[in-house]
Design a protein around this ligand. Structure first.
Ligand SMILES: Cc1cc2nc3c(=O)[nH]c(=O)nc-3n(C[C@H](O)[C@H](O)[C@H](O)COP(=O)(O)OP(=O)(O)OC[C@H]3O[C@@H](n4cnc5c(N)ncnc54)[C@H](O)[C@@H]3O)c2cc1C
Ligand code: SF4
Length: 653
């Protein structure tokens, strides 16, 4: 049930009548709850570089055209702008120069204070580091080393204070609102319902989905246009891609996991503006990835490692790989003396490039930034493309909202954005490097891929008639049918590998995982539903649309008696422990998943476990990196938004 908000003033979540109506011990039912409803022109889910650039661009057009009543709302799950954004980062200011041409003079508080002064690449063996040819794409002339979190926070301030964008931190988009009937067509011309906005997450439910006295139902934001700007592997974007078949003509998306730290290094080691990328050790010859070292402003150094999530060996721990990378003599030197570690974090990054960009629009909205996947993997940069895609979508959205007075009966068409993308420099940026990442997965192998990438990036610059694929046609078809991610499909059974013996930690150079997780500041309110659901995406999509997630999660039998979560969890534990040596227990960079051995007589283990083991999900530690959803071999972890505001608190990362 939806209830209109009486005013368009600042957003308030609480509606006391609703709170009283739901403060019972019975299972929460999304179908029966009374929700506050707000009507906006454009609802943007995700306040990162892409979402904020889209918002600013719409408001700029509104100003240019003298039309001052376009309402743009940005929903952000973090408690403040930038707090969930993790990255090195060296950014190309190309999109920023277009969006805010006078940024360097008009905004004295801008965070782009550290230009990149040198760039190099090095090949690591266990003991040595050797110079490597430096492809032109990796040149950082004119780029800046920033905290992307600080950059986003600055952009959010401009959007809000200068352009009147309504930015709502602590509000996560939890569900898409669809029209009741098919009132439009999907990008393939099939009749389809349109997206009409989003519902934000409920706040104040217990672990078992009963309302607490603090319960506040999620709000419905009805919008003429909905832009999904959730970053890599967004939870609503994933559902929209599935619902509208947006990947029908594109290749599967592939990801890497970036694990990183920020150190204040000894002044002797600090070289402001220095940028170094590394390949080779500690990764083995069948694992794609590489490290970085960026000397930021104020004596800080960002360092980290990206590992392709198509890695085969289930014994790999991305966290332990980063810790052992710091044992290399090169890093021991860098982190010696008075150096101390300030921050830690992790996040997946899109690696699929142009081949994996899905259809960008769906009835009523579009995917922008890393929700679609515009990272230039050769450069390890996505911010410039995310921002530009947001600006292009903003232009299309502005055109669309002026076509209707109301959201009622209006299904916006954003195909203009798709066309603008194909004509943009983002497309060219991705086209030039399209063969580099997949060359590592070809028959050439890692070293062959390295050689091909060298020749392509130094001489060919993508001007070849062929395009390598991430997956063969039959593999891609099989993945589509069984709903698996390419990265999960590349994981091999543990029986083909040996456990990896990582070296012991040497604090303060390298530490145990929980010491690092403490540095993320991650926090989730106690006693809330576990936001990591053991359910396959198509099933989750069906349940969320039917308003039956809560009933399914608590084991209530649904119509047809189809759902048995306990059985599903048992199967999860069986396959993941028997075949994949409990991969998530190692792969999650925050120690959320544990397959624990239980005492006999543990009833829950008997019901949901396998062979004396059960799955424990320490969801309060989650840092929202999305690795589990991408990599779990059984493809039955669905990451959903926790209560708004929960999660890591990045600032200098
Ligand atoms: C380890 C690593 C290193 C990188 N290094 C660089 C680099 O050096 N240079 C560079 O240019 N790029 C780099 N990138 C890529 C860059 O971070 C992304 O391309 C860029 O951040 C994409 O911007 P975005 O706005 O699309 O997504 P994001 O920056 O991810 O922002 C998405 C926002 O949406 C919010 N959100 C997500 N879901 C919801 C929801 N359902 N409801 C409400 N809010 C939601 C998130 O909290 C977040 O604030 C790196 C990425 C990683 C992971
Ligand atoms: S639970 Fe999943 S999303 Fe959360 S930190 Fe672990 S792998 Fe990342």
């Amino acid at each position: 049930m939806l209830r209109p908000l009486t005013s368009r003033g600042p957003l308030r979540r609480l509606h006391t009548s609703v709170r009283r109506a739901n403060a019972t011990s019975t299972l929460f039912s999304p179908k029966d709850v009374e929700r506050a409803e707000d009507e906006v022109d454009v609802c943007i889910v995700g306040g990162g570089p892409a979402g904020l650039s889209a918002a600013i661009r719409i408001k700029q057009l509104e100003r240019e055209r003298g039309n001052d009543d376009v309402r743009v709302v940005v929903l952000e799950k973090a408690p403040e702008a930038g707090a969930h954004i993790l990255s090195g980062a060296v950014i190309e200011p190309r999109a920023l120069n277009e969006l805010l041409p006078d940024w360097s003079t008009a905004y004295t508080d801008h965070p782009l204070t550290q230009p990149a002064t040198s760039s190099s690449m090095r090949w690591f063996t266990k003991k040595w580091d050797l110079p490597m040819p430096h492809p032109p794409q990796m040149s950082n002339k004119g780029n800046y080393i920033v905290s992307l979190s600080a950059f986003t926070s600055w952009l959010a301030g401009i959007a809000e204070n200068e352009y009147g964008v309504e930015f709502y931190p602590g509000f996560a988009g939890a569900q898409l609102l669809f029209s009741d009937t098919p009132d439009s067509t999907d990008p393939w011309g099939n009749p389809a319902p349109s997206v009409r906005g989003v519902i934000t997450n409920e706040v104040g439910l217990t672990k078992s989905f009963t309302p607490k006295s603090s319960f506040e139902p999620g709000m419905a934001f009805r919008a003429k246009v909905t832009l999904l700007a959730e970053g890599a592997h967004g939870s609503l974007s994933k559902l929209a891609i599935q619902k509208y078949g947006l990947r029908r003509d594109s290749e599967p998306q592939t990801y890497g996991i970036g694990v990183k730290e920020v150190w204040r290094v000894d002044p002797e080691q600090y070289k402001p503006g220095k940028v170094v990328h590394t390949m080779g050790w500690p990764l083995d010859a069948s694992t794609y990835g590489g490290g970085w070292e960026y000397h930021m402003s104020d004596g800080l150094v960002s360092l980290g490692l990206v590992i392709g999530l198509d890695y085969k060996n289930p014994y790999i721990s991305p966290y332990r790989e980063l810790q052992r990378m710091k044992h290399h003599p090169y890093y021991r030197r860098l982190l010696s003396g008075s150096s101390n570690r300030l921050a830690y974090g992790a996040r997946v990054i899109n690696e699929g490039g142009l081949q994996s960009v899905p259809k960008l629009h769906f009835p009523g909205g579009a995917l922008i930034g890393c929700s679609a996947g515009f990272v230039n993997v050769a450069k390890i940069k996505g911010t410039h493309n995310a921002m530009k895609s947001g600006m292009l979508a903003g232009e299309a959205a502005f055109g669309a909202v002026s076509q209707s007075e109301t959201t009622e009966g209006f299904a916006a068409d954003l195909s203009a954005y798709e066309n603008a993308f194909k004509d943009s420099w983002v497309y060219k940026d991705l086209h030039e490097v399209r063969n580099l990442r997949p060359s590592f997965n070809s028959r050439l192998g890692l070293l062959g891929g390295l050689a091909y990438s060298g020749v392509d990036s130094l001489f060919l610059r993508g001007r070849v008639p062929w395009t390598f694929s991430h997956a063969s046609k039959s593999e891609a078809e099989a993945l589509k049918k069984n709903g698996r991610s390419l990265d999960a499909a590349h994981t091999e059974p543990a029986s083909r590998h040996k456990p990896i013996e990582y070296p012991p930690f040497e604090a303060p150079l390298s530490t145990d995982l929980m010491t690092s997780v403490a540095l993320t500041g991650t926090n989730h309110a106690e006693d809330q539903p576990i936001h990591l659901r053991v359910v396959k995406t198509p099933e989750f999509l069906r349940e969320i649309e039917a308003g039956e997630v809560e009933r399914a999660e608590t084991g209530e039998v649904l119509e047809g008696g189809k759902v048995d979560r306990k059985k599903e969890r048992r199967e999860h534990v069986r396959v993941n422990t028997e075949e994949f040596a409990g991969l998530l227990g190692r792969a999650c960079p925050a120690g959320v998943y544990e397959y624990v051995q239980v005492e006999s007589g543990d009833k829950s283990a008997e019901e949901e476990g396998w062979d004396g083991k059960k799955l424990v999900i320490n969801s309060q530690n989650c840092i929202h990196c999305k690795l589990c959803d991408v990599k779990v071999p059984t493809q039955d972890i669905t990451w959903t938004v926790p209560e708004g505001g929960g999660g890591p608190k990045y600032s200098i990362t």
